[in-house]
Design a protein around this ligand. Structure first.
Ligand SMILES: CC(C)(COP(=O)(O)OP(=O)(O)OC[C@H]1O[C@@H](n2cnc3c(N)ncnc32)[C@H](O)[C@@H]1OP(=O)(O)O)[C@@H](O)C(=O)NCCC(=O)NCCS
Length: 181
């Protein structure tokens, strides 16, 4: 089993996986399977491309060498608050629930978020999806509830270890007296 970011060639795989998740867990998502079936190839192509390239969107998939793709999670940069990423499309196949696969997907999301200047990851959970809420809280998300019953969960993103700032500290410590930059 491995986790990787979508590539620009993944449109058919991404479409199939997303449709499977919408069909299997219709109550968990704002999009519906019926609407997704109506989308054009161009629409899937465009979404795949934007999720496979650049610093504003990334979709990660969980792939088994024999069984194919079995999970996904996406982070999309908020247009209003660019340091916030909206966690979307989180799904793992029922056979993989209750173990570490969903949290391993989240680890990839947070690693990518840290490397791409996000400071917060935010997930919106539909009313009644207690398993998802419990899962996010276990991972360290903090929840708050909107008047409509939707739960918002947020978690701070740790910045990546920065080689640049470490060497700056070394330089500052070894700087000879009187040296200027
Ligand atoms: C959400 C999802 C990715 C979480 O992955 P997972 O492998 O099921 O998560 P985990 O099993 O590690 O954690 C779920 C927790 O909820 C608990 N749980 C299960 N059913 C529950 C329920 N009805 N009420 C409250 N808690 C529940 C589990 O016991 C577990 O907690 P524990 O480890 O303390 O025992 C996965 O369930 C999934 O794909 N669900 C369908 C799609 C979905 O809901 N996506 C989220 C959209 S926001």
């Amino acid at each position: 089993m491995n986790i990787r970011r979508l590539t620009t060639d993944d449109r058919p795989l991404y479409r199939a996986l997303r449709l499977e998740s919408l069909q299997e867990s219709p109550e968990a998502f704002a999009s519906t399977y019926a609407d997704a079936l109506l989308r054009t190839d161009e629409s899937w192509e465009s979404q795949t491309h934007s999720s496979a390239t650049g610093p504003d969107r990334a979709t990660f998939i969980l792939v088994d060498s024999t069984q194919g793709a079995l999970g996904l999670a996406a982070l999309y940069r908020s247009e209003i608050h660019p340091e916030t990423g909206d966690l979307l499309q989180m799904w793992v196949s029922p056979a993989l629930r209750g173990n570490h696969w969903a949290s391993t997907l989240l680890e990839e999301i947070f690693r990518w978020a840290g490397a791409n200047e996000f400071s917060v990851v935010q997930a919106e959970v539909t009313p009644g999806n207690l398993r998802a809420i419990r899962f996010y809280e276990k991972y360290g998300f903090v929840s708050s509830e909107r008047p409509d019953g939707t739960t918002i969960l947020t978690k701070h993103v740790d910045p990546p270890f920065s080689r640049g700032s470490a060497s700056l500290i070394c330089f500052a410590e070894s700087k000879p007296p009187g040296a200027h930059r």
